[in-house]
Design a protein around this ligand. Structure first.
Ligand code: ASP
Length: 312
């Protein structure tokens, strides 16, 4: 893979580029299993997480990844910062850059914000989730988790992405990455929770989860994003669970080897039953673990590898 300065989305990454990240992540996965799970690869480098929207696992995961690579880390959150006093994004970013940073991991409620920031700074920019747009490291960690679980590639794997696709950056990035790796993706959602121009996505679309279940190798359940539902597209929640919730009875009808994934945070009893989320089919904890290895791979590729330096 040629060097890239930023990771802003799965868009623009082809199969070899995605596989490169996954192969590097496999090497870092091995590092994470050692007694001292740390390497000096990014010693002297500084990684800042600039999160202007809530997050638990993504921010902690990036910070852990940076520390496992021996980078210094700084954490910036909107609350308690000068953003709360009205400082513009440009001024905030320039201030942070003046402190001397090598990479900025950006989460922002507006689609495209990381792309704008990438145009302002010399540092590498990683998109940690922008509005409903993209969440590339989530897609990479999901591919990594599946590849490890299957022990093969994703070619021919049938993945159903279930629920609130319209508001989901996880779905946008996931569909692209899964299909680039050869998986057959089906979006399973009520008509009101499908995005505009869904026909341009590399995926089939259906509204009927029950008709699809027995075909799936992976049920990828999305969070219902009530906070983004300004247009009130969500059906009443009890109806949603009745038609799209991954209940125990539904999980029992899946193929014996089929697995369940969720990007978190999970709303148990609305998207997925607790017994399914914690049951033998669930890869949810594997996804979180994979996140650190994948983010190490991303930071290392952008900051540490000799190939770095081109523009993305
Ligand atoms: N944590 C994921 C994200 O930031 C999924 C979600 O919040 O529903 O997009």
């Amino acid at each position: 893979m040629t060097g890239m300065r930023h990771l802003l989305g799965i868009t623009g990454l082809d199969r070899p580029a995605i596989e490169c990240y996954l192969d590097d992540a496999a090497a870092f996965w091995e590092v994470l299993g050692r007694d001292i799970p740390k390497v000096p690869a990014l010693r002297g480098r500084t990684v800042v997480t600039l999160f202007l929207e809530d997050s638990t696992r993504t921010r902690l995961s990036f910070e852990t990844a940076a520390r496992r690579l021996s980078a210094d880390t700084m954490s910036f959150q909107a609350r308690g910062s000068s953003v709360a006093k009205g400082e513009s994004l440009l001024d905030t970013v320039r201030t942070i850059e003046a402190l001397g940073v090598d990479a900025l991991v950006v989460r922002h409620p507006a689609a495209g914000a990381p792309h704008r920031i990438a145009g302002w700074v010399d540092a590498a920019v990683v998109n940690g989730g922008d509005g409903r747009h993209e969440h590339p490291t989530q897609a990479l960690l999901d591919c990594f988790t599946l590849r490890r679980h299957l022990g093969t590639g994703l070619d021919g794997c049938r993945i159903g992405i279930i629920g609130d696709v319209a508001h989901s950056r996880v779905a946008r990035s996931g569909v692209r990455a899964f299909s680039a790796l050869g998986a057959e993706v089906t979006l399973i959602a009520p008509p009101t929770l499908l995005p505009e121009r869904v026909e341009t996505w590399p995926a089939r679309v259906t509204h009927d989860l029950d008709a699809e279940l027995a075909e799936l190798d992976v049920a990828y359940v999305l969070r219902v994003q009530r906070e983004r539902d300004a247009a009130r597209r969500l059906p009443p929640l009890h109806e949603y669970y009745a038609r799209y919730g991954l209940t125990e009875a539904r999980a029992a009808r899946m193929k014996p080897h089929a697995v369940v994934m969720h990007p978190g945070p999970m709303i148990r009893g609305l998207e997925v039953a607790t017994t399914v989320a914690d049951g033998p089919r669930s890869l949810v904890r594997d996804q979180v673990r994979a996140g650190v290895a994948v983010r190490m791979a991303v930071l290392f590729r952008l900051l540490g590898s000799p190939a770095g330096g081109d523009d993305a």
